[in-house]
Design a binder for this molecule. Structure first.
Ligand SMILES: C[S@@+](CC[C@H](N)C(=O)[O-])C[C@H]1O[C@@H](n2cnc3c(N)ncnc32)[C@H](O)[C@@H]1O
Length: 316
């Protein structure tokens, strides 16, 4: 199983870096948390996301996109990053009937989802003008955990003893984009830059919107950023059940913004999810009997989640 594969890889070098550990746990073809074949593809896994909580999320977003697409004279072409179980795609497609809606997702396409293209790699996406949207995509990249110990930056690695996994640290030679204090930890996502460079080649002109949980560097530094979830609960024993536990971290929106700027986007604003939903008329889209779910989007998730909006001017 996955643990044996990890132990085998550790035995080659004595350890694996934490980002490699996350990559195997989430995306190993056979046993990865996101990529393994599931018997159940509905709700009730280890996390519930905004599009799964209530249709009002996707419909409010669609309402906003319609307005911005007109303002920016963009074609109604949408690329969704990390579409998961397809709920956001369904709500946007039902509301906007776009010319083209493509979902980039390593998981299998849900059988019930109609009217969307489903691709597993950005290579399959033709350059286009339009919109790129995502919810909880950038927090699903592998990440390093960097700690400050005795004034030095060290990275967490995973080692094994008698087939059991444990954490250790080694010196970290790189830099982190956010200052941390003694004993604090920063989660450094790996691969954003490479991904966004590729994306900026595909999005010739348009709008980019992403929702995620996290905040500015000053808001997240010193907070417990790394989180592991299993069966809907926050757990500590994530080393025992690789592939069955979702591993994630808070998104540093300052770092995400600077990476977007470096790769050809212009960041327009970062705001709370709750403000975004209220400004864009969520009350019109709340289904009868679903007020508690909409409140969850506004109150509970509403302050923890942010939305970043960026634009991409014409590129050749
Ligand atoms: C936390 S889930 C969010 C799913 C969905 N957006 C939602 O809100 O319900 C992150 C999703 O991104 C997908 N993902 C992460 N990195 C990816 C990549 N580089 N290419 C395609 N899909 C990716 C994962 O498979 C997973 O389904």
């Amino acid at each position: 199983m996955l643990k044996e594969k990890i132990v085998e890889e550790i035995r080659e070098n004595g350890f694996i870096t934490f980002d490699r550990f996350v990559e195997i746990c989430l995306y190993n073809k056979e046993f990865g948390y996101y990529t393994k074949k599931r018997t159940k593809t509905g709700l009730g896994e280890d996390f519930v996301t905004a599009p799964e909580v209530s249709e009002s999320f996707g419909k409010t977003l669609a309402n906003y996109l319609e307005k911005r697409i007109m303002e920016l004279s963009l074609p109604l072409k949408i690329l969704e990053l990390g579409g998961g179980k397809g709920f956001l795609a369904k709500d946007i497609v039902e509301t906007l009937s776009p010319e083209n809606y493509t979902v980039l997702e390593v998981r299998e396409k849900p059988g019930w989802l109609k009217g969307v293209n489903w691709v597993k790699s950005l290579k399959e996406v033709e350059p286009f003008e339009g919109v790129v949207v995502s919810n909880e995509f950038f927090d699903a990249f592998p990440f390093k955990r960097i700690k400050k110990i005795n004034g030095e930056l060290r990275e967490v690695v995973v080692k094994e003893r008698d087939g059991e996994l444990y954490e250790d640290t080694i010196p970290f030679g790189g830099k982190i984009p956010c200052q941390i204090g003694e004993g604090e930890e920063y989660c450094l996502f790996i691969g954003w830059e490479e991904f966004l460079k590729e994306l900026s080649k595909k999005l010739k002109r348009g709008l980019f919107l992403t929702f995620d949980y996290g905040g500015k560097c000053s808001e997240i530094a010193g907070k417990k950023s790394f989180k592991a979830f299993r069966k809907n609960r926050l757990v500590e024993d994530y080393l025992k059940y690789p592939g069955e536990t979702d591993l994630t971290a808070l998104v540093d929106f300052d770092y995400l913004s600077s990476t977007l700027e470096e790769t050809g986007f212009t960041v327009e604003r970062v705001t709370h999810q709750s403000s975004f939903l209220l400004e864009n008329g969520i009350e019109k889209f709340i289904e009868p009997g679903k007020v508690p779910q909409a409140l969850m989007l506004l109150v509970d998730m509403g302050r923890k989640f942010k939305v970043l909006e960026a634009t991409r001017a014409h590129s050749r």
